[in-house]
Design a protein around this ligand. Sequence first.
Ligand SMILES: [Zn+2]
Length: 415
Amino acid sequence: MTPDPHRARPRNGVGPQAALAPDSGVAAAAPGPVVDMGEFGAYAGAHRIAAVEGDGELVRVTWDDGATAAFHRLWLRDNCACADCRHPQTRERTVKLVDIAEPGRPEVVADGDGALTCTWADGHVSRFDPTWLRQRRPEADAAAQPTPRLWTAQRMADGLPSVDHQSVMHTDDGLCRWLDALSRDGAALITDGPSDLNEVVRVAERIGWPRETNFGRHFDVQSKPNPNNAAYTAIRLEPHVDLPNWQRSPDFQFLYCLENEAEGGESLLVDGFAVAGALAQEDPEAYETLCTLPIDFRFQDADNDIRFRAPVIGRDADGQVCEIRFNNWIRDAQPMAPETAERFYRGYRRFWELLRDPAYMIRFPLKPGCMMAFDNLRVLHGREEFFPNTGKRHLQGCYIDRDLVESRLRVLERG
Ligand SMILES: [Zn+2]
């Protein structure tokens, strides 16, 4: 199919690779892969395998520029990409190590194409593309993880990264630039859009589909009679993440401004990962408390009672901060031993003070036709008090899963 940059992608957009403009040169300049490994992503490269040797359980590979790597023989057998081992259409693994005989140590050779060929004890032959294998060197794995660009108020002094609505909605390049900024900085704006009801959902559908919650597929942020949430009042909202009372809190939040004539109501954003880092430096004991002490969060109304217990600062298996659960109004009245309360309130107060610190927090009016998006588990959001009798204020919001955001970006970036 012919790439058409002005055509909106299908809403679940897993269609053919029309993402890159024909003149981007990414696919055209590089030679094709040596071995079909059944990947959509680019793995054609200049370096061929120059030498291989078996070494006990390992296969040692040397590329023609001197780069080396060692692969375990079972890893190689498991990752064979032949039509018997990987389904040619679904690209999923079909070989089951549990069902095949112990493969033994393979006979290995760097063949004439610069690929690795392994011949196993039962006669099965596996071939590996030199660049595909190079991308999967064990030591390359850590560097492949995208690292967030943490920010302070000073770094965002000129405003959030932004892309205009027309470009995001109608060009793959615009959508790609916006999603890239959103995933690295944890926050990005769309500007100059229409003030149409439910436009926030149409933006989400450009990526995937909204994540529904007890507040619906999307929600209206305006002062309402009989509110069941602080966002539906006019009071100041301290920086917070949405729905930490869910085991799976929403990953990203979109807030689209339709009307903002009321006085006050400026938006607040703060990079919670940057603030957590600052707390770790300044007060390691407080940081450790917030990372390890489980806290109860709870939302209750006539129809729901949704609760979850987790530390305020979440860390991943590598010890890196991976989520923030800070939302003072839905923190539950949790039973707490006095000595625990002493530790908790000291750390919680200091973290909260840092979240409010103008060195970290940015503050700006969200204009009609603008949409702010942020990583709900990293960038805390809030707003100043507004005065409903001075004019209308109407925002619409929705949530979307990280899987969909990252998937759309990967598909757009395919070479
Ligand atoms: Zn195979």
